[in-house]
Design a binder for this molecule. Structure first.
Ligand SMILES: NC(=O)c1ccc[n+]([C@@H]2O[C@H](COP(=O)([O-])OP(=O)(O)OC[C@H]3O[C@@H](n4cnc5c(N)ncnc54)[C@H](O)[C@@H]3O)[C@@H](O)[C@H]2O)c1
Length: 351
């Protein structure tokens, strides 16, 4: 029996599973019932952050554990080195299993550490934020920032399992729940018209408070992302669709540190929708629906930084490979396409 949470009771929801790349099982359900089945019977070391340690001590502290700092400024090689050193003190070796418990910052760092320490340890995640459950923990991308450049250093390594426990979302602050909604809306715009229409007709609050509905929403997003990653794990082609809104979002995050990832993604989606209309790729009424859904969910659509400054940052971004930006444009509700553009072409559409 896992006493997973000191502040809320575990929830009972229908468990769902999808297999990714034949090596990663993704579960949407309750940690209490899933973890005992999936955790290997060998030494486990947890990587988490202070909020999760405070809220879920009985889950974290039954293992050796390492606590990392909060926010993008902790998603760095400095943090990674601290964890490596702590692993050495703890005598972590290649037989140790690494369990990341937290949001996207924790799972990115834990996945990167586990993929590189002693040339790679097995690892799994308990994903505890909405953003993490619908996006960051799924797909095997594990990266850290370099200076202000997002996810510059990283690996593609699948965890053995991901547990998305919507019960743990009950302790998540409202601002973080909303941030996750940006990635939910992104997923709907990319490939799930039905989910988009559901979100249009239900307020976020109705499913924030309803675990079964929340499970359905998380499951829809996990299924779409897993399907895309299954086809293109290393982002040579279709996986780029998942970057909808992210070219502008990464620039916004770099220039305005008070904006979190989800809030920046919402602004990025709004801006690229405008560009898609300008470029004749998206009908204005569909753009208006996407904007309306983002606003209804509580997002500000205007970046707090002039577009010209964002474009200067994008010029240095890693996704501008070979002078080309692979920009993702919505072409309708539930469909997008990737267009390779020069920086000048991209700037002309965004300006
Ligand atoms: N690897 C990928 O494919 C991928 C995809 C999308 C996003 N990301 C990355 O994910 C990161 C953002 O992740 P995030 O939004 O989860 O942020 P986060 O990990 O910083 O979590 C947000 C806050 O919520 C707290 N928290 C987490 N779970 C909680 C819970 N259950 N109850 C109470 N508090 C809780 C955390 O301590 C933190 O303060 C970004 O760095 C982004 O680049 C990665």
């Amino acid at each position: 029996m896992y006493y997973i949470c000191s502040v809320v009771e575990p929830i009972v929801v229908m468990e769902r599973t999808v297999s990714l790349k034949g090596s990663c099982e993704i579960y949407v359900g309750s940690t209490e019932t899933i973890l005992p089945r999936v955790l290997p019977r060998r030494r486990v070391v947890v990587i988490t952050d202070a909020n999760i340690d405070r809220l879920y001590p009985d889950l974290v502290r039954r293992f050796d554990y390492v606590v990392i700092g909060h926010g993008e400024s902790s998603k760095t090689l400095v943090t990674v080195q601290k964890v490596y050193r702590r692993f050495m003190e703890l005598g972590v070796d290649r037989s140790t299993f690494v369990l990341g418990i937290g949001g996207g910052i924790v799972t990115d760092v834990a996945g990167f550490v586990a993929s590189t320490y002693m040339r790679g340890l097995d690892f799994g995640f308990i994903s505890t934020t909405l953003l993490g459950q619908v996006d960051a923990s799924v797909g095997g991308k594990n990266g850290v920032n370099l200076n202000d450049y997002k996810n510059m250093i990283g690996t593609f390594t699948q965890p053995c399992f991901v547990i998305s426990d919507v019960g743990m979302l009950r302790t998540l602050p409202l601002r973080e729940l909303r941030a996750g909604m940006a990635e939910v809306i992104k997923t709907a715009v990319i490939g799930d018209r039905e989910l988009f229409e559901y979100l249009e007709t239900h307020s976020a609050e109705t499913f924030f408070d309803n675990p079964e509905t929340m499970c359905n929403v998380v499951w829809s997003c996990v299924s779409i992302k897993a399907g895309i990653v299954e086809r293109d794990e290393r982002e040579a082609d279709t996986r780029r669709l998942l970057n909808l809104g992210h070219t502008m979002a990464h620039a916004i995050e770099k220039c305005a540190h008070e904006i979190n990832h989800g809030e920046a993604v919402a602004m990025g989606i709004a801006m690229i929708c405008d560009a898609a209309v300008k470029g004749g790729m998206l009908a204005a009424p569909d753009r208006d629906r996407i904007h309306a859904l983002l606003e209804k969910t509580g997002f500000t659509l205007t970046a707090p930084v002039p577009t010209a400054r964002l474009l200067r940052e994008i010029a240095k971004d890693k996704k501008r490979s070979g002078g080309i930006i692979n920009a993702v444009f919505p072409t309708g509700i539930g469909s997008c396409r990737v267009v390779g553009l020069t920086l000048d072409e991209f700037s002309a559409l965004m300006g």
